[in-house]
Design a protein around this ligand. Structure first.
Ligand SMILES: C[S@@+](CC[C@H](N)C(=O)[O-])C[C@H]1O[C@@H](n2cnc3c(N)ncnc32)[C@H](O)[C@@H]1O
Length: 417
């Protein structure tokens, strides 16, 4: 059962409107030549060094500078490969911004609001959040820090968020600009390069893009699933099971492990540790939202192309590769040092309804055309329906343990039963 909705005070004061609903068109112009380059690279690498782990395969396919899936295309929207919640209208970004404002105010509204977004896509979520933050006048000493691997997407983000931006491929802060609200925005490839200081960190559909190793229980214990060239047709790839234990089995599988399938993401583990350390030592709040599970047995490695499932080994570089996020693992890692409080994971449906998304929807509908209403309602249903994104997407939040007393008295909104 959902708890009754406590609408945050901030939400009641949200009066402005974005009120357009579009599924923006994609410029899916990655040439076949670039996909062929990725395929050639993978086959050659396998021929030289033997079958590759799925983590290595994902890394090459998604982020290789020469034709990696994320590097040179806009994959969002109806004409792309998938649609994300921020792209479904303004409601999602507004709820996220209000959530941060509410929690930030409980921590005493620390000055210099450092806003960090991991994997900002088209910059839509950031744009919606900045609009809300500006409305509540909290941007005076704010800065925005975007972690983005893709030069093309960073350019789209800059176009959306800034008047102008400056790109320097070789710099650590590889793009700089100033938002329409006058907030400095910096782009990074590594989380570690983002300046220290109290931060709010949002990661929406980011962790699912990080490489995973796939392990399978066999008679001889856990063995890793690898990618190999198909000996019967050298133009094709196939999955094989490693004969021996690979390092990830030795390092990451506990002796009491019993699940049939495991998906292990050392990159996610490293990143959640970096985020947690920042929050513990410099203060901050993190919100991680993604599709995922709470440690159940999973075989979720898959590819999406044009909104349909696609074989992950066919035409590498032409489709998104993804795996469900293991929230139990992220939470365990975050809690390991004892310096972090973690809430969730809760379903997206619970989070958004408890945040009062319905209230905001009704408010927006009062000043909408019939067509805009349809768009808003479509987005609302997609995000909250149990058979759509409502249950599959989950939210996890992290706070410094030093604020335990405050949060015991005023628990984070959206994380109730
Ligand atoms: C699935 S999209 C999500 C976009 C956005 N958060 C949204 O919800 O619309 C993943 C984003 O993460 C970026 N990304 C993927 N892997 C990355 C990595 N290893 N380092 C930095 N950015 C990465 C992609 O370029 C893209 O912007």
């Amino acid at each position: 059962m959902l708890r009754s909705i406590q609408v945050p005070l901030y939400l009641r004061r949200l009066e402005f409107v974005r009120l357009y609903y579009t599924v923006r068109s994609s410029s899916d112009n990655l040439s076949k030549v670039q996909n062929d380059e990725i395929s050639k690279h993978i086959s050659q690498r396998i021929k030289i060094a033997g079958p590759m782990t799925i983590a290595e395969y994902m890394k090459v396919v998604l982020t290789n500078p020469n034709g990696g899936y994320y590097m040179h295309r806009d994959m969002f929207g109806e004409e792309g490969d998938f649609v994300t919640s921020p792209e479904l209208g303004q409601l999602f970004g507004e709820m996220i911004a209000i959530w941060f404002l509410n929690e930030w105010s409980k921590l005493g509204s620390p000055k210099h609001l450092q806003i960090i977004e991991l994997g900002p896509g088209r910059g839509t979520l950031c744009q919606d959040m900045l609009r809300v933050f500006q409305h509540f006048r909290v941007l005076d000493t704010a800065s925005v820090h975007l972690l983005e691997v893709s030069p093309l997407l960073s350019n789209l983000q800059a176009k959306r968020l800034c008047m102008t931006s400056h790109y320097d491929e070789n710099a650590v802060v590889y793009r700089k600009g100033t938002s329409h609200q006058g907030v400095p925005i910096s782009w990074y490839r590594r989380f570690a390069d983002i300046p220290k200081g109290f931060s709010i960190v949002i990661a929406h559909e980011f962790f699912d893009a990080l490489p995973i190793h796939k392990l399978q229980k066999t008679e001889n214990g856990y063995r890793e699933v690898l990618v190999d060239v198909d000996p019967s047709d050298e133009t094709k790839l196939r999955f094989i099971i490693a004969r021996e234990e690979t390092p990830v089995v030795k390092l990451f599988v506990n002796s009491d492990e019993n699940r049939n399938h495991l998906e292990i993401s050392p990159e996610s583990v490293a990143l959640i540790n970096l985020i947690s350390q920042r929050i513990e030592y410099d203060g901050g709040i993190a919100l991680i939202a993604d599709y995922g599970h709470n440690g159940e047995s999973k075989d979720s490695f898959r590819a999406f192309k044009k909104h349909h499932l696609h074989h992950p080994l066919v035409d590498p570089g032409s489709a998104d590769l993804t795996a469900d996020v293991d929230f139990l693992c992220l939470k365990k890692e975050a809690l390991k040092s004892g310096g972090i409080l973690a809430y969730g994971p809760v379903s997206q449906r619970n989070f958004l309804l408890q945040m009062g998304i319905k209230y905001r929807l009704e408010k927006l509908e009062e000043s909408c055309s019939e067509e805009q209403k349809k768009g808003l309602l479509y987005g609302f249903n997609m995000m909250t329906d149990t058979d759509k994104m409502g249950l599959r997407f989950k939210f996890l939040s992290l706070f410094p343990a030093t604020v335990e007393k405050i949060l015991n008295k005023y628990p984070p909104i959206g994380f109730g039963e």
